[in-house]
Design a protein around this ligand. Structure first.
Ligand code: FPP
Length: 247
């Protein structure tokens, strides 16, 4: 942690947690045991981010496509989520972590929705870090919903075409008010975005690692942050322009 430059931290880290199934297979265990172990990584990474000083962390916990998995696995993931939320409220309160969710959370089982809404409400005043869980989330769907809502607002005269800017469009997304991710991490050697935060990641730095999610802990997180700190983020400018802008 000492090697991390605190003056150049990614403000927002987004993670595609992948490889629970393969981890389980490598350990001759069932897939659900992999998700259980993956939940330990969630705990460890949330705590590490808080310690390091990351202010936003988004975790892709359940995609809208994940419903097609075997029913037993979907149920186990929902149960793990419910248990995680119940068990973490105390830590979130102690560490001043606010919980938010993006995605179609209305379609989650009512028990999960209940504990999710309760945790969001109980942590709403926390200010040190925001943990965002992407649940039943899909980026295409999010963008389409935003477009539909803008079309309705335009019809009602709430917004006019010239006022549809990058900034005002972003306000129609689930991530309204959340800064775009600076760093995306995907574990398990997969090189895809899988319908995750497509609008929000236009200028995000990508970091891919072979490590499977259940093995991804503070040490691996620090490696990712150190790699991020070596990169030059130009936002479409040349290096020279960037230097001048900074000086
Ligand atoms: C991908 O691994 C992982 C998921 C689809 C779910 C992630 C869920 C957790 C880490 C646990 C519950 C979440 C929280 C926030 C408590 P995979 O099953 O696709 O792995 P594979 O590609 O190796 O099969």
């Amino acid at each position: 942690m000492d090697q991390v430059d605190k003056s150049n931290l990614p403000r927002h880290i987004a993670i595609i947690m992948d490889g629970n199934g393969r981890w389980a297979q490598n350990h001759s265990l069932g897939r659900i045991a992999g998700h259980r172990k993956g939940t330990e990584s969630v705990r460890s990474i949330v705590e590490a981010c808080r310690r390091i000083g990351i202010t936003y962390l988004t975790l892709y916990a359940f995609s809208s496509e994940n419903w097609s998995r075997p029913e037993k696995e979907v149920n186990a993931l929902m149960a793990l989520l419910e248990r995680y939320l119940k068990s973490e409220l105390k830590t979130m309160t102690k560490n001043s972590i606010r919980l938010l969710a993006i995605g179609e959370t209305g379609a989650l089982p009512s028990r999960v929705r209940g504990v999710l809404d309760e945790t969001i409400a109980k942590t709403a005043g926390n200010t040190e870090m925001t943990l965002i869980l992407a649940l039943n989330y899909g980026s295409h769907d999010e963008i389409l919903q935003a477009v539909r809502k803008i079309a309705e607002d335009a019809k009602m005269g709430v917004i006019e075409s010239p006022a549809i800017t990058e900034e005002s469009f972003a306000d129609y997304l689930h991530t309204k008010g959340i800064p775009d991710p600076d760093l995306l991490i995907r574990t398990s050697g997969e090189y895809r975005l899988s319908n995750f935060l497509l609008w929000q990641m236009a200028y995000t730095e990508f970091y891919f690692t072979e490590t499977l999610w259940p093995d991804f802990r503070e040490e691996q997180l620090i490696e990712a942050i150190l790699e991020y700190q070596k990169r030059e983020r130009r936002f479409g400018l040349t290096s020279d322009q960037l230097q001048k802008k900074r000086s």
